[in-house]
Design a protein around this ligand. Structure first.
Ligand SMILES: [Zn+2]
Length: 283
């Protein structure tokens, strides 16, 4: 695996590619102290791109990245605003001024499908037929079962399985596998078996580390991890590279990194997500 903070992702080519590149579009959870969009990541291969999460600011960040051109699908881990609010902005952009011919597959936890109907109720524009039901018109909405049993081919050469994270709403820990490796996402979660399964021996594990210190209610009542728990979880799952994200305050970034490293002393690669950073598996 190679990593670079500034390398531009390669343009999409025809057919699947052995390597998968993760691009961080946004990684913020709370206060805009780093000027970053909220959660959004793109997985790119020669076959195209998959967007994972679409928090506020991600539709514009995706357009700026140029990766929207090869977009083959969207996966939303859970319906909290910092992971899903820009679905409406993305849908508007795909419908106005000229509608895209194809609807994109949109996967989200099966227990949350009603949310997308409600977005259309709120933001549909009946006087513009192309925007009457922007979500339904832009996306082929598909339920995501969180049992790890189904592997979905999200684009040629890239398969996805979803496992139950533990959070205030249904939340999907994701495991993407291709010929050359595995990239996993914790989603928002507390410590739970489903996330360990998603991350098992992953080449790259994008894991939330919302807090440095937290109450029992914040961790177990609502469902988040501390930097220490993220480090311990990644070590227990034997991942090769831990990428910490979703910090509640990016002023704590260096302390978060230090705590996670001390909690996973044998792990050679632990990094912080930053907007624009890219990481490639299987290069
Ligand atoms: Zn959440």
């Amino acid at each position: 695996m190679t990593a670079s903070e500034a390398r531009a992702p390669r343009p999409a080519a025809e057919g699947p590619d052995a390597a998968i590149t993760l691009t961080v579009l946004g990684c913020r959870s709370g206060a805009p102290d780093a000027g970053s969009p909220c959660s959004g990541y793109v997985l790119t291969s020669g076959a195209g791109s998959i967007l994972v999460d679409c928090g506020s600011g991600i539709a514009a960040a995706l357009a700026r990245s140029g990766l929207d051109e090869g977009l083959r699908g969207v996966v939303v881990t859970h319906v909290h605003a910092d992971h899903s609010l820009d679905l409406v902005a993305l849908a508007y952009g795909r419908r106005f001024p000229r509608p895209h011919a194809e609807r994109l597959p949109l996967w989200l936890p099966d227990a949350s499908l009603d949310r997308v109907d409600r977005l259309d109720d709120l933001f549909g524009i009946p006087t513009l037929p192309d925007l009457a039901r922007p979500i339904a018109q832009s996306f082929d909405v598909r339920p995501l079962r969180l049992d790890g049993a189904d592997e979905i081919e999200v684009m040629p050469g890239l398969r996805m399985a979803a496992f139950p994270a533990r959070h205030a709403v249904p939340s999907a820990a994701l495991r993407f596998s291709c010929e050359s490796g595995t990239i996993a996402f914790s989603s928002d979660t507390s410590w739970t078996e489903g996330v360990l399964q998603a991350a098992d021996h992953a080449d790259l594990f994008v894991c939330e580390a919302t807090y440095l210190e937290a109450t029992e209610q914040e961790l177990e009542g609502h469902g988040h991890l501390t930097a220490e728990l993220a480090g311990r979880l990644a070590a227990e799952a034997s991942v090769r590279h831990l990428l910490l994200t979703h910090l509640s305050s990016w002023r704590d970034a260096e302390a978060t990194l230090a705590v996670a490293r001390s909690a996973a002393p044998g792990m050679a690669h632990i990094s912080l997500a930053r907007p624009g950073a890219t990481w490639t598996v299987g290069a």
